[in-house]
Ligand binder design. Structure first.
Ligand code: DNO
Length: 392
């Protein structure tokens, strides 16, 4: 039994075509209706149209990543009850086309965050990086967020201040753009101004970790019975990075937090997207222990490796390198798959820009050649583990 090998595709405007994806060896596609506004229903017509395009290219739509969660649901205010009903309808509509895995996240305001989208590695490849001091400089001196000093040590704030003083104007603009406009694939509204961004952060002023958790549990209690009925596996994506940013609460960063979510609604379809890159950016997270602990609820896998630097910054490494023991994590998940006797969908998450990727402008992290290399390495590792355990 092999993992279901997929690649993410951002839809017809993606620079990386379905034909490129097929040549990589992936059989499945992970995509969403990215053009819809957050909270809108995934209609049957639109799902049908997108599915036809994928099938004409010889592949299968394996996973919807993501059906984003409207901020009203996360804050439990405004029209959140309507948005929950919309979400249920989207689950039913997706299931009607036999797509049985849905990925989502519950990070307030921003989806994944990086400060550098073109970090050059010694071999010339380009990677994504999160620089803790640059981020602190943004929060403290560009955004001028209230209470920022509570989240950093005095030494970090000092370093951030001198970093800010020497920061070229163009870099201040770039970093602001990366952070407040959000990276593609997420839940952020398009093109917010700095004031919009401050205002939306303010709406979370009285929502702490417990409150956010209680809001997601209320949401799960509504949608998981629908997912169960439809045979759909929901998969929550961990926080990326797995620690608080911008004073916002985080609830999917650590093992105890994940356990609380999975046990609050104890059903197979209330599952996890095991993203080794996101979870791996927190030094204390023991990924092998987490894979063992949550294996029976892992409904989707993102394989990616990050290298944590001395000051807590990190960059994306080659898929089999970085801080994660990919062999051990994959072994645990493959064993689970053997026991379940069903393929778990996986994708190589992100990739460096390599070779021809460097002359193009793919969506950050979603280059063609870099991901193809990642997938090829991961497939080799998978074959080795499967054969050496006599599973095939
Ligand atoms: C980044 C992705 C995220 C992910 C969402 C899931 O590359 O892993 O954008 O798709 O957080 O909702």
């Amino acid at each position: 039994m092999r993992l279901e090998q997929t690649m993410r595709w951002y839809g017809p405007n993606d620079l990386v075509s379905l034909s490129d994806i097929r040549q990589s060896g992936a059989t499945g596609v992970v995509t969403a209706l990215h053009h819809l506004k957050n909270g809108q229903v995934f209609s049957k017509d639109e799902i049908q149209e997108r599915k036809d395009i994928i099938e004409k290219a010889g592949m299968k739509w394996s996973v919807v990543e993501s059906i984003p969660i409207h901020e009203d649901i996360k804050r439990q205010r405004g029209k959140y009850l309507d948005y929950i009903e919309n979400y249920k309808t989207s689950i039913r509509n997706v299931a009607a086309f036999d797509i049985k895995t849905i990925c989502y996240n519950f990070m307030p305001v921003v989806d994944w965050t990086r400060t550098n989208l073109d970090y050059r590695l010694p071999n010339g490849a380009s990677a994504l990086r999160f620089d803790k001091i640059d981020f602190a400089a943004f929060e403290a001196f560009i955004l001028k967020r209230k209470n920022v000093e509570q989240d950093y040590s005095a030494e970090e704030i000092g370093k951030a201040e001198s970093r800010f003083k020497n920061m070229p104007e163009s870099y201040k603009e770039t970093i602001t753009q990366y952070i407040i406009a959000g990276l593609p694939g997420g839940t952020t509204e398009s093109n917010p101004t700095m004031d919009d961004f401050r205002n939306v952060l303010d709406t979370y002023a009285d929502i702490d970790e417990e409150a956010l958790r209680s809001n997601i549990i209320a949401f799960l209690r509504e949608i998981i019975p629908v997912a169960e009925e439809e045979g759909v596996n929901m998969t929550i994506h961990p926080d990326d990075p797995p620690f608080s940013l911008l004073g916002l609460p985080r609830i999917v960063s650590r093992s105890e937090q994940i356990e609380k979510l999975l046990s609050a609604v104890n059903a197979k379809s209330n599952g996890l997207c095991f993203c080794t890159g996101s979870l791996g950016a927190r030094r204390e997270n023991d990924l092998v222990a987490m894979a063992n602990k949550f294996a029976n609820r892992v409904n989707f896998i993102h394989f990616r490796a990050v290298k944590i630097e001395d000051d807590g910054s990190f960059h994306e490494d080659n898929h089999l390198e970085g801080n994660v023991d990919m062999y051990a994590v994959m072994s645990v998940l493959l064993k689970e798959q053997q026991e379940r006797n069903t393929s778990i969908p996986m994708r190589p998450d992100h990739g460096h820009k390599l070779l021809d990727d460097l002359t193009k402008d793919p969506s950050p992290g979603y280059s063609a050649i870099g991901r193809l290399k990642g997938l090829a390495e991961l497939r080799g590792l998978e074959l080795g583990i499967i054969r050496s355990n006599g599973w095939e």
